[in-house]
Design a protein around this ligand. Sequence first.
Ligand SMILES: Nc1ncnc2c1ncn2[C@@H]1O[C@H](COP(=O)(O)OP(=O)(O)OP(=O)(O)O)[C@@H](O)[C@H]1O
Length: 322
Amino acid sequence: MTVVSDVPDLATLQRRAAERAAARAGGADRLRGHIVCDGLVRIFTSEGVEVVALQGLDLVVDRGELLAIVGASGSGKSTVLNILSGLDTPTAGIARVAGYDLLTMSAAKRLAYRRHTVGFVWQQTGRNLLPYLTARENVELPMRLSRRGGRAARRRAAELLEMVGVGYCADRRPGQMSGGEQQRCAVAVAVANDPEVLFADEPTGELDEVTAGDVFAALRTINAELGVTVVVVTHDLQVASQVRRTVSIRDGRTASEVHRIARLGADGVEELVTEEYAVLDRAGRMQFPAGFVDALALRDRVRLTLETDHVQVRSGDERSAR
Ligand SMILES: Nc1ncnc2c1ncn2[C@@H]1O[C@H](COP(=O)(O)OP(=O)(O)OP(=O)(O)O)[C@@H](O)[C@H]1O
């Protein structure tokens, strides 16, 4: 069993996660679209005022992926996560996770979905762990509640704590552990019942950079070793260096994606490169990264020219066009 300190590089983890996920799914051809959001809309009404939190969000996450959703405060990140985790219902659109239709699901199915298909890690450590139980007892608890107690549960709890690098905390209560250790323990609790998908909402929001890195290492290990699809929501833009794909949300829509991919460099050595993509929705709309808009002072209208293999975008300002 792999422990956090032995974690291999991102590319190796990516391959391992894909292999484990394919094994879970029953073949590599069944990996596509573990999570699908299509034209997802969520409108809140409070005191007669409508707030459009999501306005046609598109997102596809494959089985076994490790994905971060980033965005400024109020961009709609928590709204997406609440919908995907079955806590909230969308107003319109498509939201499907592991074959469950989150719009039409009955209350009984929703409960089963939340108990067995998905796991959660929340920002507040107090929401993840019971303070009067040890780390091992916290991890055992979900299994006991699902009638999977006994020696097997004890063994799995110990293995999971080792896997996320806090095996040495097994007999400590949360109050005797650091914030980072508690969050890694929370990751073990979240996957105790072997969910297909793990959602984490700002899991490192209360941690410093180094400790946050340990928590991400734990999430990567769980993703690679168990083949669990992992979706992390955060406002921390630095997170792109910790995961393979980062989706950025702006104004309730998918704005752009950053992919980290392994490539062979000129010297024959494998290197990780970062590529940024804008997301085109079905109506052909896309959002430019804010940095591009600022750099060229793009405003209101832009001039488009179709070339043989690309589209050129220039300022629509007559003076700068001359
Ligand atoms: N229950 C609600 N009632 C009314 N408006 C809401 C509700 N929940 C969210 N909103 C609004 O929807 C928009 C998106 O909120 P959301 O919490 O998803 O953003 P976020 O990106 O997670 O922000 P943060 O990083 O600050 O948590 C915001 O304008 C917010 O005020």
